[in-house]
Write a protein that binds this ligand. Sequence first.
Ligand code: NAP
Length: 320
Amino acid sequence: MRAIRVKEFGGAEVLRLEDIPEPVAGKGQVIIRIKAAGVNPVDTYIRAGIYPRKPALPYTPGADGAGVVESVGEGVTRLKVGDRVYVGGGFTGTYAELALFDELSVWPLPPGVSFSQGAAVNVPYVTAFRGLFQRAHARGGETVLVHGASGGVGIAAVQLARAAGLRVVGSAGTERGRKLVADEGAHVVLDHTAPDHFEKAMAQTNGRGYDVILEMLANVNLGRDLPLLAMYGRAVIIGSRGTVEVNPRDAMGKDATILGVALPNIKPDELISIHSALVAGLENKTLRPVVGQELPLPEAPRAHAAVLAPGSYGKIVLIP
Ligand code: NAP
C-alpha cells in the first residue's frame, strides 16, 4: 500500500510517499481503508522532532481519518467489514491507504457526514469538548471567548458551545475566517489582529468578562486573557508555541483558574463519553465539520506548510 513515511525528523520535505507492506489486524484490532486523513498542527511538531513524544523512525504520520472497515481481527464485535467510520489515534498512522486501530478507537460516521468531514472530527472536536466541558465545566448561559475560532479546534468549539446554550464570541485573523466563524454559530466575531482587539473583546461582555476563554495561542494572548476573565472565570490553554508573561494578580483577584488540556491525558471512560456525544452531534447536525482544503496524499508536505500558515479556514485533509 502507499503511505507517507518519515525516516528522519526535519522539515516538511521529509514526508515521502512510499510503498510499504499492508498492516494485519490482530485480536481486537481493525484495518480501515482510509478515504481522508486529517492534518493537525501536532503532526508538524512530531515530524520536526520538537514534540515531547517522539515515534520510532521510520513512521507514518496522522492520528485522524475516516474511511471504511476493510477487515476485523478476532473478537471484534462492534464493527463489521464495510462500516463507514471515523478514527482517532491508531497504531500505524492515517497518512496511508490502510491503517490499523484498536476497536475502541473507531467510531461510526453517521449518514450525510462525508469522509473528509469525518477526518476533521477526532483531534479538533475531542479537544474542544474536553476543554469546554470536562476541564472548564462550561454551562448554558455562560459566555465563552473562542480565541482562534477559524481553525479545526475553533470551529468545533463554536459549534459545541453554541449547541450547549453558551453565548459565543469567536476570533479570526482574516475576513474569510470571520465569516466562517459567524456562519458556524458565533454570536459575535472579533479580529484578533486588530490593535484594539482586547478592548473590543471586553466591550462585548459590558465589562463583566468571560466565564470561559479557550486559547489557541497562549504564548501570545494569555497575559491579556486573564484581565478579560469574569469572576470565577476559567482560561483553557489549548495551543501555545512559546513562553508568555502573566500578572498572577489578574487571576488571584477573581478566583480565576488557568487550565491545561492535553489529549493523551484523557482517561478511557472520559474518551468514550466524548465520542458518544460527538457521534450524537454529528447525527443531529449540531456538529458540522468544515473542510477548507482537500489535498492528494502525495502533497502531505504542502498540507504541513498550510496548517501552520495564517488564514485558517476549518480543516485540511489528505486524500489517499
Ligand atoms: P489551526 O486549524 O491551524 O487553527 C489555528 C487557529 O489559531 C486559527 O483559528 C488561527 O486564526 C488562530 N490564531 C492565529 N493567530 C492567533 C492569535 N494571535 N490569537 C488567537 N488565535 C490565533 O489549528 P487547530 O487544529 O485549531 O489547533 C489550534 C492550536 O491548538 C494549535 O497550536 C494546536 O497545536 C493546538 N492543539 C492542542 C491540543 C491539545 O491537546 N492541547 C489539541 C489540538 C490542538 P487565523 O488563522 O484566522 O488568524
